[in-house]
Design a protein around this ligand. Structure first.
Ligand code: AGP
Length: 613
C-alpha cells in the first residue's frame, strides 16, 4: 500500500527519496512522486507506474540532489484512477503547500464542497488534495506553519500519515499522523520521515514512532513534537533492533519462491527458545496473562484478515480440540460493524503479518475497550498492533517481501500450535504422553517441510497441466478446511485464476453443479478422522468428470483410481498436517503464476500492508 519518505539535511536528497521509496515498493503501488524545496519554490515530479518511470523522469535533474528538503510517495489508488494527476505529492491552489498522504479522509467530499465555494480549484480525484488546500486556507489566518497544519488536521475525519512542505518555510519538514503509521528518523546527517522502518534502516536506527494526533516540526538538527493543540511533548527516540534488510532474491526467480523455501528455518526460528525438548514445558513468556487468568478464560476470539484469517481458523480448531474452550474467528472488517461482545474474561487474539492492517487494528481496539486482554501474533514487533497489544507473540518469520504471504502464514500456524499446547499444559486437558508426542512431532516438522521442498517435480507437472484452467475448486474437511481456503486464495492472488475453497461436505449443497470435465478439484486428505469422508466427496466429484488432484500423505492404493495427480507430503499426525499440506498448494499457485508470466511478487491491485479500511 502507499509509502512515505522525507528528508531534511545536506546529504544527496533525490538519492535518499528514491532509495527510501524502493525499500517500500514491496508493499504494492501504482504511481510514485516526489516534491523538493528549491530556490523558494516547490518542484514536483510524478509518474504513473513503477519507480523506474519516476527515475527516468528525474534524469537530467542531478542539480536537485543539492536541495535541502523533500518528500516522496508511492501510491496505491483508493480515490481516483492510478495516473499522474492523482499521484502524490499534491500541491495547494497557490502552490504554498505540498504534501504526501497515506490513509483515507472520510469527510473529503464535504471539505471539497466548502473549499470549492471559497474558490479553491481541484486538479485530482483524490481525497488527499483537500488536505493541501485546507492547510493553505488555514494559512490565511496565521504565519505559524505548524499552527496552520494543526488547524487543518482538526477538520479531518479518517486516517492520515502526512509529510508536508511549505513554500515559505524552507527550513522545516512537517509530519503528522492518525491511524496510519509514521516514524521520524534522527541522525547527525539530518532527519527523516518514513511510513515504515525498511526505508530508513540504511540511514539511521534512531527513531521516534509518532502517536496519533501528534505533529512533528523537523529541522536539520532538531525536532519539535506537539499534540494537536500545539502543546510541546517530550518524546524520547528509541533504537530499532533491526539490521538493514537485505532485499535480495538470493538466486531465486521471485521473492515468493525464496520465502516458500525459507519455511523450514522459519519454523525452527519460531520454535527457538520456546520448545527445545519434548519433555520440557513450552515457554511462552510473551503471554502476559497469569496461569490463573488463562485457566479462567470463558471465551477466546481471534480476529484477522486474508491469509492471517486462515491461520486463525486453524488456531480455533487447535484450541477447541486441545482444551475444549469455545473460540470465535471473525474477519476484522466484519467485527468492527457489529455489536462487540467481549469482556475481561475473554482473550482476543489479533493475527497479522504486518501488524498494520487497518481493520484489525480497529477491531482489536474495540475489543480492548470492552476489557478483553489483547494478544497479538505478528511478524512485526515494531508495528502499531504490537505496540497496542497487552501481550505480543512475535513469529520470527523474517522480512516477507512478496505480497502473497507464505512463510508468515506457516509461522502464524506454529504460534497457534505453541499457544494451544501451552493452554493444554496449563489446563491439563491432554494426557501427558499425548502432549509429549505432539511436542516431539512439532520438532520434526522443519525436516518434513524440507522433504516437500526437495521434491517439487509432480507439483510443476501439475502446474503445466492446469495453468490454462479458468476455475479451481479446493476441498477439505476439519483442520485442513482452512488450508483449502488458503490454497484457493494463493492461486487467485498471483495467477488471477478464479478459485474457491469449500468444506468438502458442502460440495453437494451447491458447488457440485459447477463440476464437469474442465474443472480441476484439489482435495486435501490425510489419514485421520475425515480421510474417508473427503475421499468419498472426491469420488462424487470424479463421477462428475472433474479433474482430480490430491494433496495427501496416504499411500492408500484407492487414491490412484480417483486422482490423476497425487501431490505427496510426509506422514504426520492429522492435527499437524496443515503445516505440510499448505506447502504444495503454495508451490502450485507459484508455478502456475510463473508459467503464466504474472508479476508474482507484486500482483495487480494488491498491497502487502492494507493500511486503509
Ligand atoms: C496474503 O497473501 C494476502 N496478501 C492478504 O490476504 C493478507 O494476508 C491480509 O491482507 C492480511 O494482512 P496482515 O496479515 O498483514 O494483517
Amino acid at each position: 500500500m502507499c509509502g512515505i519518505v522525507g528528508y531534511i539535511g545536506k546529504e544527496p536528497l533525490i538519492s535518499f527519496l528514491l532509495n527510501g521509496l524502493s525499500k517500500l515498493e514491496y508493499r504494492g503501488y501504482d504511481s510514485a512522486g516526489i516534491a523538493i524545496h528549491k530556490q523558494d519554490s516547490i518542484k514536483v515530479f510524478k509518474a504513473q507506474g513503477k519507480l523506474d518511470n519516476l527515475r527516468s523522469l528525474l534524469k537530467g535533474n542531478e542539480e536537485d540532489e543539492k536541495a535541502f528538503i523533500g518528500i516522496g510517495h508511492i501510491r496505491w489508488a483508493t480515490h481516483g484512477v492510478p495516473n499522474e494527476i492523482n499521484a502524490h505529492p499534491h500541491v495547494s491552489f497557490e502552490n504554498k503547500v505540498a504534501l504526501v498522504h497515506n490513509g483515507i479522509i472520510e469527510n473529503y467530499k464535504e471539505l471539497k464542497e466548502e473549499l470549492t465555494v471559497k474558490g479553491f480549484v481541484f486538479q485530482s480525484q483524490t481525497d488527499t488534495e483537500v488536505i493541501a488546500h485546507l492547510i493553505e486556507d488555514c494559512l490565511k489566518d496565521t504565519k505559524d506553519f505548524g499552527h496552520a497544519l494543526r488547524c487543518a488536521l482538526k477538520k479531518l475525519d479518517g486516517a492520515y500519515a502526512l509529510g508536508v512542505l511549505f513554500k515559505e518555510d524552507p527550513e522545516t519538514l512537517y509530519a503528522a499522523k492518525k491511524n496510519a503509521p509514521l516514524i521520524v528518523g534522527l541522525s547527525d546527517k539530518g532527519n527523516y520521515i518514513a511510513s515504515d522502518v525498511p526505508a530508513l534502516l540504511e540511514y539511521t536506527k534512531k527513531v521516534i514512532y509518532l502517536n496519533d494526533l501528534e505533529v512533528a516540526e523537523i529541522k536539520e538538527n532538531s525536532i519539535k513534537i506537539t499534540d494537536i493543540e500545539g502543546k510541546i511533548l517530550n518524546r524520547k527516540p528509541e533504537i530499532i533492533p533491526w539490521e538493514p534488510i537485505s532485499i535480495n532474491k538470493m538466486g531465486y526467480k521471485h521473492f515468493m519462491l525464496k520465502e516458500i523455501h525459507e519455511q523450514p528455518d522459519v519454523i525452527r526460528q519460531t520454535l527457538f527458545n520456546r520448545l527445545t525438548n519434548q519433555t520440557d514445558p513450552i515457554k511462552l513468556d510473551e503471554v502476559k496473562l497469569t496461569e490463573e487468568s488463562l485457566k479462567n478464560l470463558k471465551r477466546i476470539q481471534i480476529i484477522a484478515c486474508g491469509t492471517s484469517l486462515h491461520a486463525a481458523l486453524v488456531g480455533k480448531y487447535l484450541i477447541e480440540e486441545f482444551i475444549g474452550l469455545p473460540v470465535d474467528v471473525e474477519a476484522s472488517s466484519e467485527y468492527i460493524y457489529k455489536r462487540v461482545v467481549s469482556d475481561k474474561n475473554s482473550l482476543t487474539i489479533g493475527v497479522s503479518q504486518s501488524g498494520e492492517t487497518a481493520d484489525t487494528i480497529t477491531a482489536l481496539r474495540l475489543a480492548k475497550e470492552k476489557g478483553s486482554h489483547i494478544l497479538v501474533i505478528t511478524n512485526r514487533p515494531d508495528s502499531t498492533m504490537a505496540r497496542d497489544a497487552d501481550s505480543l507473540l512475535p513469529i520470527n518469520a523474517g522480512f516477507e517481501v512478496s505480497v502473497a504471504a507464505t512463510k508468515s502464514y506457516t509461522a502464524q500456524l506454529l504460534a497457534f500450535y505453541l499457544l494451544a499446547l501451552k493452554l493444554a499444559e496449563i489446563n491439563k486437558s491432554l494426557p501427558a504422553e499425548k502432549l509429549e508426542e505432539y511436542k516431539k512431532e512439532l520438532l520434526h516438522l522443519p525436516h518434513k517441510v524440507e522433504m516437500i521442498l526437495n521434491h517439487t517435480e509432480e507439483i510443476k507437472k501439475c502446474a503445466i497441466k492446469f495453468n490454462s484452467s479458468k476455475d479451481f475448486i479446493f476441498i477439505a474437511r476439519g483442520i485442513n478446511y482452512p488450508v483449502a481456503l488458503e490454497g484457493a486464495l494463493k492461486l487467485k492472488e498471483i495467477s488471477y485464476i478464479n478459485a474457491t475453497g469449500y468444506p468438502a461436505g458442502e460440495l453437494k449443497h451447491g458447488p457440485i453443479a459447477m463440476l464437469d470435465k474442465t474443472m480441476p478439484v484439489v482435495a486435501i486428505l490425510v489419514p485421520g478422522k475425515v480421510f474417508e469422508k473427503v475421499l468419498s466427496n472426491s469420488e462424487e466429484s470424479k463421477a462428475r468428470e472433474a479433474r482430480m488432484i490430491a494433496v495427501t500423505s496416504s499411500d492408500d492404493k484407492k487414491l490412484e483410481s480417483v486422482f490423476k495427480y497425487i501431490l505427496k507430503v510426509p506422514q504426520t499426525d492429522e492435527i499437524f498436517s496443515p503445516i505440510l499440506t499448505t506447502i504444495p498448494l503454495q508451490l502450485l499457485a507459484y508455478y502456475i503464476a510463473e508459467f503464466l508470466g504474472k508479476d508474482v511478487d507484486q500482483p495487480r491491485n494488491l498491497a502487502k500492508s492494507v493500511t486503509v479500511e
